[in-house]
Design a protein around this ligand. Sequence first.
Ligand code: NAP
Length: 300
Amino acid sequence: MYDIIIVGGGTAGLSAAIYGVRAGKKVLVLEQKNYGGQIVNSPEIENYPGIKHISGYEFATGLYEQATGLGAGFERGKVIGITDKGDTKLVSTEKKEYETRTVILATGAKNRPLGVEEETRFMGAGLSYCATCDGAFFRDREVAVVGGGNTALEDALFLSGYCKKVSVIHRREEFRGESRKLQALQEKENVEFILDTVVTKLQGDTMIEGVILKNVVTDEETEKKLNGLFVAIGQMPDNEAFKDLVTVDEKGYIQAEEDCLTRTAGIFTAGDCRTKTVRQLTTAAADGAVAALAACEYIG
Ligand code: NAP
Protein backbone atom coordinates (compact mmCIF):
# COMPACT_ATOMS: atom_id res chain seq x y z
CA MET A 1 0.00 0.00 0.00
CA TYR A 2 1.36 3.39 -1.02
CA ASP A 3 0.62 6.64 0.79
CA ILE A 4 0.81 8.73 -2.39
CA ILE A 5 0.76 7.65 -6.01
CA ILE A 6 1.67 10.44 -8.39
CA VAL A 7 0.46 10.11 -11.98
CA GLY A 8 3.04 11.86 -14.14
CA GLY A 9 6.77 12.35 -13.70
CA GLY A 10 7.17 15.92 -14.92
CA THR A 11 8.13 18.95 -12.85
CA ALA A 12 4.88 18.97 -10.82
CA GLY A 13 4.91 15.21 -10.20
CA LEU A 14 8.57 15.00 -9.21
CA SER A 15 8.28 18.08 -6.98
CA ALA A 16 5.31 16.42 -5.26
CA ALA A 17 7.39 13.25 -4.84
CA ILE A 18 10.20 15.20 -3.15
CA TYR A 19 7.76 16.78 -0.69
CA GLY A 20 5.97 13.47 -0.09
CA VAL A 21 9.06 11.40 0.74
CA ARG A 22 10.55 14.19 2.84
CA ALA A 23 7.34 14.04 4.92
CA GLY A 24 8.04 10.33 5.51
CA LYS A 25 5.41 8.97 3.09
CA LYS A 26 5.70 5.96 0.79
CA VAL A 27 5.55 7.49 -2.66
CA LEU A 28 5.39 6.05 -6.17
CA VAL A 29 5.54 8.03 -9.41
CA LEU A 30 3.90 6.39 -12.43
CA GLU A 31 5.01 7.81 -15.77
CA GLN A 32 4.07 6.57 -19.23
CA LYS A 33 7.20 7.91 -20.95
CA ASN A 34 10.47 9.15 -19.49
CA TYR A 35 10.89 11.33 -16.41
CA GLY A 36 10.87 15.08 -16.77
CA GLY A 37 7.80 15.88 -18.86
CA GLN A 38 7.78 18.72 -21.34
CA ILE A 39 10.75 20.59 -19.87
CA VAL A 40 13.17 17.86 -20.97
CA ASN A 41 12.93 19.26 -24.50
CA SER A 42 13.55 22.88 -23.54
CA PRO A 43 17.07 23.82 -24.65
CA GLU A 44 17.52 26.38 -21.90
CA ILE A 45 15.77 27.63 -18.80
CA GLU A 46 16.57 31.13 -17.65
CA ASN A 47 13.54 31.97 -15.51
CA TYR A 48 13.63 29.49 -12.65
CA PRO A 49 14.43 31.54 -9.54
CA GLY A 50 17.87 30.81 -8.14
CA ILE A 51 19.16 29.06 -11.27
CA LYS A 52 20.59 31.48 -13.81
CA HIS A 53 20.88 29.04 -16.67
CA ILE A 54 20.25 25.32 -17.08
CA SER A 55 19.12 22.99 -19.86
CA GLY A 56 15.71 21.35 -19.53
CA TYR A 57 17.29 17.91 -19.56
CA GLU A 58 19.72 18.81 -16.77
CA PHE A 59 16.90 20.34 -14.73
CA ALA A 60 14.63 17.30 -15.14
CA THR A 61 17.48 14.88 -14.38
CA GLY A 62 18.25 16.81 -11.20
CA LEU A 63 14.61 16.60 -10.13
CA TYR A 64 14.42 12.88 -10.90
CA GLU A 65 17.65 12.11 -9.05
CA GLN A 66 16.55 14.20 -6.08
CA ALA A 67 13.16 12.47 -5.83
CA THR A 68 14.40 8.91 -6.32
CA GLY A 69 17.51 9.56 -4.19
CA LEU A 70 15.25 10.55 -1.31
CA GLY A 71 13.32 7.28 -1.70
CA ALA A 72 10.45 7.89 -4.13
CA GLY A 73 9.65 4.90 -6.34
CA PHE A 74 9.45 5.46 -10.10
CA GLU A 75 7.78 3.05 -12.51
CA ARG A 76 6.82 3.23 -16.17
CA GLY A 77 3.17 2.68 -16.93
CA LYS A 78 0.19 4.45 -18.47
CA VAL A 79 -2.56 4.91 -15.90
CA ILE A 80 -5.83 3.91 -17.53
CA GLY A 81 -8.15 4.28 -14.56
CA ILE A 82 -8.57 4.95 -10.85
CA THR A 83 -11.20 3.35 -8.62
CA ASP A 84 -12.25 5.25 -5.54
CA LYS A 85 -12.67 2.78 -2.68
CA GLY A 86 -13.19 5.47 -0.04
CA ASP A 87 -10.13 5.50 2.21
CA THR A 88 -8.03 3.86 -0.48
CA LYS A 89 -7.78 4.12 -4.27
CA LEU A 90 -6.93 1.48 -6.83
CA VAL A 91 -4.71 2.82 -9.61
CA SER A 92 -4.65 0.70 -12.77
CA THR A 93 -2.07 0.79 -15.51
CA GLU A 94 -2.22 -1.36 -18.64
CA LYS A 95 -0.21 -4.05 -16.79
CA LYS A 96 -0.61 -3.66 -13.03
CA GLU A 97 -2.81 -2.43 -10.18
CA TYR A 98 -1.60 -0.43 -7.21
CA GLU A 99 -3.31 0.43 -3.92
CA THR A 100 -2.78 3.82 -2.37
CA ARG A 101 -4.26 6.19 0.19
CA THR A 102 -4.02 9.24 -2.05
CA VAL A 103 -3.39 10.12 -5.69
CA ILE A 104 -1.87 13.24 -7.19
CA LEU A 105 -2.77 13.75 -10.86
CA ALA A 106 0.15 15.55 -12.49
CA THR A 107 -0.43 14.41 -16.07
CA GLY A 108 0.76 17.63 -17.71
CA ALA A 109 -0.38 18.26 -21.26
CA LYS A 110 0.34 16.82 -24.70
CA ASN A 111 1.22 18.64 -27.90
CA ARG A 112 -1.72 20.18 -29.74
CA PRO A 113 -1.93 18.89 -33.32
CA LEU A 114 -2.28 21.28 -36.26
CA GLY A 115 -5.53 19.61 -37.22
CA VAL A 116 -4.79 19.33 -40.93
CA GLU A 117 -5.31 16.32 -43.20
CA GLU A 118 -2.58 13.68 -43.26
CA GLU A 119 -0.89 15.07 -40.14
CA THR A 120 -0.45 11.58 -38.69
CA ARG A 121 1.02 10.23 -41.92
CA PHE A 122 3.79 12.86 -41.93
CA MET A 123 4.72 12.46 -38.24
CA GLY A 124 8.37 11.49 -38.21
CA ALA A 125 8.48 12.07 -41.97
CA GLY A 126 9.39 15.74 -41.82
CA LEU A 127 6.72 16.74 -39.30
CA SER A 128 7.82 17.10 -35.68
CA TYR A 129 6.52 18.48 -32.40
CA CYS A 130 9.96 18.65 -30.80
CA ALA A 131 12.73 20.78 -32.28
CA THR A 132 15.34 19.74 -29.74
CA CYS A 133 14.64 16.05 -30.42
CA ASP A 134 14.60 16.21 -34.21
CA GLY A 135 16.31 19.49 -35.18
CA ALA A 136 19.68 17.88 -35.93
CA PHE A 137 18.11 15.82 -38.75
CA PHE A 138 17.46 19.07 -40.59
CA ARG A 139 20.99 20.46 -40.68
CA ASP A 140 21.38 22.83 -43.68
CA ARG A 141 17.75 22.23 -44.72
CA GLU A 142 14.80 24.64 -44.91
CA VAL A 143 12.23 24.30 -42.15
CA ALA A 144 9.27 26.17 -40.66
CA VAL A 145 8.00 26.49 -37.11
CA VAL A 146 4.28 27.04 -36.54
CA GLY A 147 3.23 29.02 -33.46
CA GLY A 148 3.73 32.30 -31.66
CA GLY A 149 4.35 31.27 -28.06
CA ASN A 150 7.57 30.76 -26.15
CA THR A 151 7.95 27.20 -27.40
CA ALA A 152 7.76 28.29 -31.05
CA LEU A 153 10.23 31.13 -30.48
CA GLU A 154 12.66 28.88 -28.62
CA ASP A 155 12.31 26.17 -31.25
CA ALA A 156 12.97 28.64 -34.07
CA LEU A 157 16.03 30.02 -32.25
CA PHE A 158 17.34 26.51 -31.72
CA LEU A 159 16.73 25.50 -35.34
CA SER A 160 18.33 28.68 -36.69
CA GLY A 161 21.64 27.27 -35.42
CA TYR A 162 21.31 24.15 -37.59
CA CYS A 163 19.13 24.96 -40.55
CA LYS A 164 19.75 26.92 -43.72
CA LYS A 165 16.50 28.81 -43.29
CA VAL A 166 13.77 28.91 -40.63
CA SER A 167 10.33 30.38 -41.33
CA VAL A 168 8.15 31.24 -38.36
CA ILE A 169 4.50 30.85 -39.34
CA HIS A 170 2.09 32.51 -36.91
CA ARG A 171 -1.64 33.12 -37.20
CA ARG A 172 -1.45 36.69 -35.81
CA GLU A 173 0.90 39.68 -36.00
CA GLU A 174 1.61 39.82 -32.27
CA PHE A 175 3.53 37.12 -30.50
CA ARG A 176 2.48 35.54 -27.23
CA GLY A 177 6.09 34.61 -26.44
CA GLU A 178 8.58 36.83 -24.57
CA SER A 179 9.82 39.92 -26.42
CA ARG A 180 13.41 39.03 -25.49
CA LYS A 181 13.17 35.75 -27.37
CA LEU A 182 11.43 37.43 -30.30
CA GLN A 183 14.15 40.07 -30.53
CA ALA A 184 16.88 37.42 -30.53
CA LEU A 185 15.06 35.71 -33.39
CA GLN A 186 14.61 38.93 -35.37
CA GLU A 187 18.38 39.39 -35.27
CA LYS A 188 19.00 36.06 -37.02
CA GLU A 189 19.75 36.38 -40.74
CA ASN A 190 18.34 32.97 -41.64
CA VAL A 191 14.95 33.53 -39.98
CA GLU A 192 11.87 34.92 -41.73
CA PHE A 193 8.42 35.64 -40.29
CA ILE A 194 5.21 34.71 -42.09
CA LEU A 195 2.46 36.38 -40.09
CA ASP A 196 -1.36 36.32 -40.14
CA THR A 197 -0.94 32.92 -41.72
CA VAL A 198 -2.00 29.34 -41.07
CA VAL A 199 -0.98 26.01 -42.59
CA THR A 200 -3.93 24.43 -44.38
CA LYS A 201 -2.33 21.49 -46.14
CA LEU A 202 0.79 19.32 -46.00
CA GLN A 203 2.41 18.26 -49.25
CA GLY A 204 4.77 15.46 -50.12
CA ASP A 205 5.05 11.83 -51.06
CA THR A 206 6.90 9.88 -48.35
CA MET A 207 8.39 12.99 -46.69
CA ILE A 208 7.08 16.53 -46.28
CA GLU A 209 8.09 18.61 -49.27
CA GLY A 210 5.96 21.68 -48.71
CA VAL A 211 2.85 23.25 -47.23
CA ILE A 212 -0.09 25.30 -48.42
CA LEU A 213 -0.38 28.52 -46.44
CA LYS A 214 -3.40 30.76 -46.08
CA ASN A 215 -3.23 34.41 -45.13
CA VAL A 216 -6.12 34.84 -42.68
CA VAL A 217 -6.52 38.55 -43.51
CA THR A 218 -6.58 38.34 -47.32
CA ASP A 219 -7.60 34.66 -47.68
CA GLU A 220 -4.77 34.34 -50.22
CA GLU A 221 -3.28 30.86 -50.52
CA THR A 222 0.38 30.24 -51.32
CA GLU A 223 2.61 27.21 -51.63
CA LYS A 224 5.84 26.96 -49.65
CA LYS A 225 8.53 24.38 -50.26
CA LEU A 226 10.30 23.09 -47.16
CA ASN A 227 12.03 20.02 -45.76
CA GLY A 228 10.66 20.06 -42.25
CA LEU A 229 7.73 21.43 -40.27
CA PHE A 230 7.87 21.93 -36.51
CA VAL A 231 4.51 22.38 -34.80
CA ALA A 232 4.60 24.39 -31.56
CA ILE A 233 1.03 25.57 -31.09
CA GLY A 234 0.62 24.80 -27.44
CA GLN A 235 -0.59 21.88 -25.43
CA MET A 236 -3.82 20.21 -24.46
CA PRO A 237 -4.63 18.09 -21.42
CA ASP A 238 -5.03 14.31 -21.33
CA ASN A 239 -7.39 13.67 -18.43
CA GLU A 240 -9.95 11.45 -20.13
CA ALA A 241 -9.25 8.48 -17.84
CA PHE A 242 -10.11 10.44 -14.67
CA LYS A 243 -13.32 12.16 -15.76
CA ASP A 244 -15.49 10.12 -13.36
CA LEU A 245 -13.54 11.32 -10.33
CA VAL A 246 -12.61 14.90 -11.11
CA THR A 247 -14.36 17.87 -12.67
CA VAL A 248 -12.74 19.13 -15.86
CA ASP A 249 -13.29 22.49 -17.55
CA GLU A 250 -14.46 22.93 -21.15
CA LYS A 251 -10.90 22.37 -22.42
CA GLY A 252 -10.39 19.22 -20.35
CA TYR A 253 -8.20 20.69 -17.57
CA ILE A 254 -8.87 19.44 -14.00
CA GLN A 255 -10.55 21.94 -11.75
CA ALA A 256 -9.13 22.49 -8.27
CA GLU A 257 -8.76 25.35 -5.81
CA GLU A 258 -5.42 26.65 -4.54
CA ASP A 259 -5.20 23.59 -2.23
CA CYS A 260 -4.97 21.31 -5.33
CA LEU A 261 -7.94 19.22 -4.08
CA THR A 262 -10.28 17.76 -6.67
CA ARG A 263 -13.91 16.91 -6.03
CA THR A 264 -12.94 13.41 -4.82
CA ALA A 265 -11.45 13.18 -1.32
CA GLY A 266 -7.88 11.88 -1.48
CA ILE A 267 -7.36 12.84 -5.12
CA PHE A 268 -5.26 15.94 -5.75
CA THR A 269 -3.94 17.57 -8.90
CA ALA A 270 -0.82 19.56 -9.73
CA GLY A 271 0.83 21.34 -12.64
CA ASP A 272 -0.15 21.98 -16.25
CA CYS A 273 -3.02 19.43 -16.23
CA ARG A 274 -5.15 21.67 -14.02
CA THR A 275 -7.11 24.81 -14.82
CA LYS A 276 -4.82 27.81 -14.28
CA THR A 277 -3.72 30.98 -15.97
CA VAL A 278 0.06 30.65 -15.61
CA ARG A 279 1.76 27.44 -16.71
CA GLN A 280 5.43 27.75 -15.86
CA LEU A 281 8.09 25.58 -14.23
CA THR A 282 7.76 27.58 -11.06
CA THR A 283 3.98 27.12 -10.87
CA ALA A 284 4.32 23.39 -11.61
CA ALA A 285 6.88 22.97 -8.81
CA ALA A 286 4.75 25.06 -6.44
CA ASP A 287 1.67 22.96 -7.22
CA GLY A 288 3.66 19.78 -6.57
CA ALA A 289 4.59 21.01 -3.10
CA VAL A 290 1.05 22.17 -2.28
CA ALA A 291 -0.57 18.93 -3.51
CA ALA A 292 1.91 16.69 -1.67
CA LEU A 293 1.51 18.57 1.62
CA ALA A 294 -2.28 18.48 1.22
CA ALA A 295 -2.09 14.72 0.61
CA CYS A 296 0.09 14.29 3.73
CA GLU A 297 -2.41 16.24 5.79
CA TYR A 298 -5.28 14.12 4.40
CA ILE A 299 -3.44 10.89 5.31
CA GLY A 300 -2.79 12.28 8.78
P1 NAP B 1 1.21 28.88 -25.97
O1 NAP B 1 1.87 29.90 -25.14
O2 NAP B 1 -0.17 28.45 -25.64
O3 NAP B 1 1.27 29.38 -27.47
C1 NAP B 1 0.66 28.64 -28.48
C2 NAP B 1 0.81 29.43 -29.76
O4 NAP B 1 0.27 28.65 -30.82
C3 NAP B 1 0.09 30.75 -29.75
O5 NAP B 1 0.86 31.71 -30.37
C4 NAP B 1 -1.19 30.45 -30.52
O6 NAP B 1 -1.64 31.56 -31.28
C5 NAP B 1 -0.74 29.39 -31.50
N1 NAP B 1 -1.82 28.47 -31.83
C6 NAP B 1 -2.66 27.81 -31.00
N2 NAP B 1 -3.51 27.03 -31.68
C7 NAP B 1 -3.19 27.20 -32.98
C8 NAP B 1 -3.69 26.66 -34.18
N3 NAP B 1 -4.69 25.75 -34.18
N4 NAP B 1 -3.15 27.05 -35.34
C9 NAP B 1 -2.14 27.95 -35.36
N5 NAP B 1 -1.60 28.50 -34.26
C10 NAP B 1 -2.13 28.13 -33.08
O7 NAP B 1 2.06 27.49 -25.99
P2 NAP B 1 3.62 27.23 -25.79
O8 NAP B 1 4.43 28.17 -26.61
O9 NAP B 1 3.81 25.79 -26.01
O10 NAP B 1 3.85 27.56 -24.25
C11 NAP B 1 3.07 26.91 -23.24
C12 NAP B 1 3.44 27.50 -21.88
O11 NAP B 1 4.79 27.16 -21.55
C13 NAP B 1 3.37 29.03 -21.88
O12 NAP B 1 2.94 29.46 -20.62
C14 NAP B 1 4.81 29.43 -22.11
O13 NAP B 1 5.13 30.72 -21.63
C15 NAP B 1 5.54 28.35 -21.35
N6 NAP B 1 6.90 28.19 -21.89
C16 NAP B 1 7.89 28.85 -21.25
C17 NAP B 1 9.19 28.73 -21.72
C18 NAP B 1 10.26 29.46 -20.99
O14 NAP B 1 9.95 30.35 -20.21
N7 NAP B 1 11.53 29.16 -21.20
C19 NAP B 1 9.48 27.96 -22.83
C20 NAP B 1 8.44 27.32 -23.49
C21 NAP B 1 7.14 27.45 -23.01
P3 NAP B 1 -2.32 32.83 -30.56
O15 NAP B 1 -1.20 33.56 -29.92
O16 NAP B 1 -2.98 33.52 -31.69
O17 NAP B 1 -3.30 32.26 -29.57
